[in-house]
Design a binder for this molecule. Structure first.
Ligand SMILES: [Zn+2]
Length: 98
C-alpha cells in the first residue's frame, strides 16, 4: 500500500468544501495558505475557484442596491478618465489626411 497524499497538503474535496470561505476571505491564515498551495498545483480546483469568484461577482452585481463606497467610485471614475484621455491623445497624434 502506498500513500500519495503529501503531509500538510489539502486534498481536492477539502479545498472544494472550503472554497466559499476562501472566496469570502473567511478562511483562517493557515487554511488560506493550504488552499493557495493546492490551487497552485491543481488545475481542477483552480477552475472551480475561478467559477466561485465569477458567481460571487454576479451575485454582488445582482444585489447592488447599496451605493458603492466613495473610494471605489473615485477609483472607477479615475480609470474612466484615464482611458478617455489616452484615446484623445491617440486621436490627436494621427496625421491629418485629405
Ligand atoms: Zn484539487
Amino acid at each position: 500500500m502506498s500513500r500519495h497524499e503529501e503531509k500538510g497538503a489539502a486534498d481536492c474535496a477539502d479545498v472544494v468544501l472550503r472554497l466559499f470561505e476562501y472566496v469570502d476571505n473567511e478562511a483562517g491564515p493557515v487554511d488560506r495558505a493550504r488552499i493557495e498551495a493546492h490551487l497552485d498545483q491543481c488545475g481542477r480546483c483552480l477552475a472551480e475557484y475561478e467559477r466561485d469568484l465569477l458567481v460571487k461577482a454576479l451575485v454582488r452585481r445582482a444585489c447592488a442596491c447599496e451605493q458603492a463606497p466613495d473610494t471605489l467610485r473615485s477609483q472607477i471614475l479615475t480609470r474612466i478618465t484615464a482611458t478617455a484621455t489616452s484615446v484623445t491623445v491617440v486621436e490627436q497624434r494621427r496625421p491629418e489626411q485629405g
